[in-house]
Design a protein. Structure first.
Lengths: 154, 183
């Protein structure tokens, strides 16, 4: 009887250890998941988002850093690099400042069909604000791992 | 009077076309880093780096948001942001420097030029003087800027963990395709 009990304790300990090991291993190897299924912490208009940073970038940084943000606004430009990665640039076409969202590779098809002047809503992970010191490039609010939530006529 | 007017316009056109050609920029520059260690190899990529190069003076600037680095594994990304680079406290890395042999680079003639670059590199709130080699390639009106260099964690007060799970020297690779800046 005592023997049986000892065996069952050992088995229980081994099972718990195995469960912990499996959990740790999976956590260790967990891939970055797509933002498609993640609820954004904030939903905001592109020009308003830019104005928040122009007003006080420290306050705005602490509000948005590391958060998933949904941004809607007008497409100023759709940029494609040599490797086929897309960046969607949003905001007021008369203003040099923009919201720039580097798109997830799964979004290439949707991103390529976007046109300048179209309205779009994207969801991305906020990476920071780059204030323009040169006066030549415009300041940027930056997001990455972007996914398109919706766009005109779609 | 008409003649003077024409000359003024002509001169203005020449001057503005010259200044427009002076500067090159990109906001989609790529920077990657690699760490090779016994436990695992780690790499991360950021494709939203800003770079401005003034071909006249040879001044070159890079700036990158640290939270924009993407890792294959979620946990690595979290450790990078929270434990190693403390990216909420130090959101940006920057390089401000000069192409030392700028006179040898012909920005208007297609070709690949060796570039020696020297300047101040700021990572994790620490600034160090660095000097490294790279290449500048003029092609189809664009300018490719490439460089590979090494960064020692200790120089930027980045703490490795007790197990040395990441390499003490990180390889950094920069690859930017710059366009002429037009106003």
């Amino acid at each position: 009887m005592a023997m049986n009990r000892r065996v069952s304790i050992i088995v229980a300990v081994l099972l718990v250890a195995a469960a912990i090991a499996v959990y740790a291993w999976r956590e260790f190897n967990r891939k970055n998941e797509s933002l498609a299924g993640i609820k954004p912490a904030y939903e905001v208009d592109a020009t308003f988002l830019i104005s928040e940073f122009n007003a006080n970038d420290t306050v705005a940084d602490s509000k948005y850093l590391g958060q998933v943000v949904a941004v809607h606004g007008m497409v100023k430009q759709v940029e494609k690099d040599e490797e086929g990665n897309y960046t969607i640039v949003m905001g007021d076409t008369m203003d040099m400042s923009s919201v720039r969202c580097a798109m997830d590779s799964t979004q290439a098809g949707k991103a390529s069909s976007l046109k300048r002047g179209e309205n779009v809503k994207v969801k991305g992970s906020f990476t920071g604000f780059e204030k323009d010191d040169t006066g030549l490039l415009g300041s940027d609010v930056k997001l990455n791992r972007g996914v398109i939530v919706n766009a005109d006529n779609r | 009077m008409k003649k003077v007017f024409a000359i003024v316009i002509g001169f203005t056109a020449i001057v503005s076309s010259v200044t427009a050609q002076d500067k090159f920029f990109t906001k989609t520059g790529k920077v990657s880093f690699y760490s090779r260690a016994p436990l695992e190899n780690i790499e991360a990529h950021n494709r939203s780096m800003t770079c401005v190069l003034d071909s006249k003076s040879g001044n070159i600037q890079f700036s990158v948001l640290m939270k924009g680095f993407e890792f294959e594994k979620a946990l690595m990304q979290r450790h990078f942001n929270e434990n190693y680079l403390e990216t909420t406290r130090y959101p940006k890395a920057e390089f401000k420097g000069q192409v030392l042999n700028n006179g040898e680079v012909n920005y208007t003639t297609e070709g690949t030029y060796k570039a020696r670059v020297k300047g101040m590199l700021t990572i994790h709130g620490q600034t160090q003087e660095v000097e490294t080699d790279g290449t500048l390639t003029v092609k189809n009106g664009k300018l490719m800027a490439e460089s590979d260099f090494k960064v020692r964690l200790a120089d930027y007060k980045i703490k490795n963990d007790k197990m040395n799970n990441i390499s003490n020297t990180i390889s950094v690779s920069v690859n930017c395709s710059l366009e002429p800046l037009n106003h």
